[in-house]
Write a protein that binds this ligand. Structure first.
Ligand code: BMA
Length: 318
């Protein structure tokens, strides 16, 4: 269908810009969103004007019109082990609701590299930092919102110098100690995601599997292009991939996605499935603004099932 887009952009994109933030920031991007008490809560990343990031919070009644809280929600810790590992900033949060509490995984940057920290809140007022749950160098961790055979599962993205950056799965009985890690999905050579892929939004359940919106990167002569893709994981065993959509589901098209702090980037940290069969998808545009759109969940599932590609393309392991 001419002009058909799986993800329909909201008419008032960008839904947040640095001007909407009541403290000085250069960007407002890579926001995670969840529903809390019939409202939508967004935790976003913002670059301060020294180039380091904090996490801010915004709230909305309809999931599109957000008001930003007057102060940052999470700034680098000033004491203890977190201070040592967050000194360069906190980035790219994801939110996962488990048993009535919200667990936030975010990137902690420091001279030691980038690792993932886990925090917990029940009301978005009080934040408890729990633990650093990876060593360096990891980014982009999404938790599944339930246990599988008694164990939590996460998708993660270690950095690697040998094979292209890929999506792995790891398991834990307490959300703190993780293991049994296994590589699950790899970039497809000469494809839109050939340089690297990484977890995006917290996966949500559909009748055909967990739907996971991830990002993929392609290197061009004028820099990298970040797009979004979709994958389905088995409902009972998220370590089994049902299908990965061959085509991307969203690419930088709007002016604020094509130019900004980092050009040609759509980067997703959150999606909220709705009872009417749609999902609200949130992404950072050019690492500068927040954008939103909706998709029909069935269409995303069909994109995976009807035109799948290998999860682990052939040249892996050479
Ligand atoms: C990644 C991360 C993201 C960012 C993206 C595009 O490596 O730094 O936070 O959105 O690059 O610049």
């Amino acid at each position: 269908m001419a002009g058909h887009r799986l993800v329909r952009r909201h008419e008032h994109n960008p839904i947040l810009t640095p001007d909407d933030v009541p403290y000085p920031v250069a960007t407002v991007h890579n926001g995670a969103v969840t529903r809390h008490n019939d409202r939508y809560v967004m935790l976003f990343r913002a670059h301060l004007r020294n180039g380091r990031s904090i996490i801010g919070m915004a709230e909305s009644g309809d999931g599109f019109n957000f008001m930003v809280r007057p102060d940052p929600w999470l700034a680098p810790a000033v004491d203890g082990v977190f201070a040592q590992y967050e000194a360069f900033g906190v980035e790219d949060p994801r939110i996962c609701r488990i048993n009535g509490a919200y667990y936030i995984t975010y990137s902690a940057y420091s001279a030691h590299g980038v690792r993932i920290a886990l925090a917990r809140t029940e009301d978005f007022q009080h934040i408890e930092r729990i633990a650093l749950i990876t060593q360096a160098d990891y980014r982009n961790i999404v938790l599944f919102p339930q246990r599988f055979d008694g164990r939590y599962a996460r998708l993660d993205r270690p950095h690697t110098g040998i094979n292209p950056w890929s999506i792995w799965i790891s398991y834990s009985s307490d959300l703190i100690h993780w293991g049994e890690s296994r590589r699950l999905m790899a970039p497809m050579p000469y494809h839109w995601d050939e340089l690297k892929i990484g977890p995006g939004a917290t996966p949500f359940a559909t009748d055909r599997g967990w739907l996971h919106i991830f990002h993929g990167v392609f290197q061009t002569m004028s820099g990298a292009v970040y797009r979004l893709g979709a994958a389905l994981h088995d409902l009972d065993d998220p370590g089994r991939i049902v299908a990965v959509a061959d085509n991307w589901i969203l690419e930088p098209e709007a002016p604020w996605e094509r130019s900004g702090y980092v050009p040609n980037v759509v980067f997703c940290c959150g999606a909220v499935p709705e009872a009417d069969g749609t999902v609200k998808i949130y992404w950072g545009g050019a690492d500068t603004v927040m954008c939103a759109g909706i998709a029909y969940i069935d269409e995303l599932v069909d994109a995976c099932l009807q035109r799948p590609r290998a999860a682990m393309p052939g040249n892996i392991g050479k």
